[in-house]
Design a protein around this ligand. Structure first.
Ligand code: HEM
Length: 411
């Protein structure tokens, strides 16, 4: 007999959930830390830090592999409901040991020391963007700075940085644009172009390897065989998909926190070396990826609750980051907070491999912005959040005024 399940009717894709997620999980952490939701085919919701981290530590039980059912539909993976695309996202949607060589190869591109070479060009790119928007007095983070992660990916792949918008835009568009519009169809076409371009890049670097990151990836061997090119292409697509909208959303949250906390703004202006810890605290409070998902490979119990093989499990990153047993007074923004082990970048074998890329982009962007436009203001009345299918906790429109005090003085 199936034991009674504690229930919590969460639909993490609904507008209602997005609007009340903090309150919902504060209640669930107390009353139903492990609960079953019937939405999207049914899944467990974990709301406490400890259970979520424990699950992410055990990929042999909580798998992120996406698998095809007999009827051709897909199950599992890192999202609920399961992504139905026939192309698996490597290394995220496969388990170790298969995922390990892909992850190890790209982790080398994105170590702190490997990234140092990109600091100067990235700073120049950010300043050129700020030069371009300065005469208008404002900028939309999504359309202007949303291209910065594309630029960074171009540097990582060793390709023409002029391609930055063609790399970033199709991914941004998937979150920003309404389905069934000509713009969305255009973005899909652009995505098709990007896949073709990157497939050719992988193929040509396998034929004529050079001293670059893509060559290193396509020349990697596993069990004595070179990695399949399809897996290499998929890995590059995950790097782009994982790094574009997330970083843009993180930047929006950081700017929102600075804008609404004058004391934090004043401290960062006086001492820019505090920017990295302010970034960590802003993305603890407002994680760009709200949840991670897994699929159980065997029956197990979590916190005394019986779960069965094949069931989906969703861990709320937002809830974990607001768990007072780890982060005392969790709703307060405290940039001096001693504990920084938030789950914003996940945990375990699939922990974000682009952490240092994201940190570098965010720290440089916020540093340049505060230096040149210390009084910037978020135009909150025009900001629009993503809801619906997006897995990112970000905005489709996020304008800022660059120098509102100067503009007011000139009137
Ligand atoms: C603030 C920005 C970012 C956030 C919040 C973020 C968040 C995450 C999270 C939560 C995961 C783990 C998902 C899971 O376990 O199911 C992940 C994985 C990943 N991220 Fe990020 N990410 C960010 C930026 C980036 C950047 C800049 C890149 C690359 C340039 C990147 C590339 C990846 C890749 C390739 C994976 C899959 C790793 C694996 O499966 O081994 N991310 N990210």
């Amino acid at each position: 007999m199936t034991p009674t399940r504690p229930t919590c009717p969460v639909d993490h894709h609904s507008a209602d959930y997005i609007a009340n997620a903090q309150e919902t999980h504060a209640r669930l952490r107390e009353e139903c830390p492990v609960g079953w939701s019937d939405e999207h085919g049914g899944f467990w919701v974990l709301s406490r830090y400890r259970e979520i981290k424990d699950a992410l530590k055990r990929p042999e039980l909580f798998s992120s592999a996406r698998i095809q059912r007999e009827d051709g539909t897909w199950d599992g993976g890192a999202a609920v409901p399961a992504n139905q695309s026939s192309t698996l996202l490597y290394p995220l949607e496969i388990d170790p040991p298969e995922s390990s060589p892909y992850r190890a190869a790209i982790a080398k591109w994105m170590s702190r020391s490997a990234l140092e070479q990109h600091r100067e060009p990235l700073t120049a790119y950010i300043n050129a963007t700020l030069d371009r928007v300065e005469p208008t007095g404002r900028m939309d983070i999504v359309t202007e700075i949303g291209m910065m992660p594309g630029y960074m990916v171009a540097l990582l792949l060793g390709i023409d940085p002029e391609l930055a918008p063609r790399i970033a835009w199709p991914f941004n568009a998937m979150d920003v644009l309404e389905r069934d519009t000509p713009e969305f169809a255009e973005a899909q076409e652009q995505m098709g172009w990007l896949v073709g371009f990157l497939a050719e890049l992988c193929r040509s670097r396998r034929e004529n390897p050079g001293d670059d990151n893509v060559s290193a990836l396509v020349m990697t061997e596993f069990d004595g065989e070179p990695l399949p090119l399809s897996g290499c292409l998929s890995t590059i697509m995950t790097v782009i998909g994982g790094g574009v909208a997330t970083t843009t959303a993180a930047l929006e949250h950081c700017l929102g926190v600075i804008d609404s906390h004058p004391e934090i703004r004043a401290r960062l202006i006086a001492d820019p070396s505090l920017i990295p810890q302010a970034v960590e605290e802003a993305i603890r409070i407002h994680p760009p990826v709200l949840q991670v998902a897994r699929r159980l490979l065997e029956d197990t119990t979590v916190d005394g609750v019986q779960m069965f093989a094949g069931e989906r499990v969703l861990g709320s990153v937002l809830s974990a980051n607001h768990d007072s047993s780890v982060f005392p007074n969790p709703e307060a923004i405290d940039i001096d907070r001693p504990v920084k082990s938030h789950l914003t970048f996940g945990f375990g074998v699939h922990r974000c491999v682009g952490i240092e890329v994201a940190r570098m982009e965010l720290n440089l962007m916020i540093g340049s912005l505060l230096k040149r436009f210390p009084d910037f203001r978020v135009v909150r009345e025009e900001c629009r959040r993503f809801v619906g299918e997006s897995h990112n906790n970000g905005y489709s429109v996020f304008p800022i005024e660059l120098a509102p005090k100067m503009a007011a003085a000139a009137v």
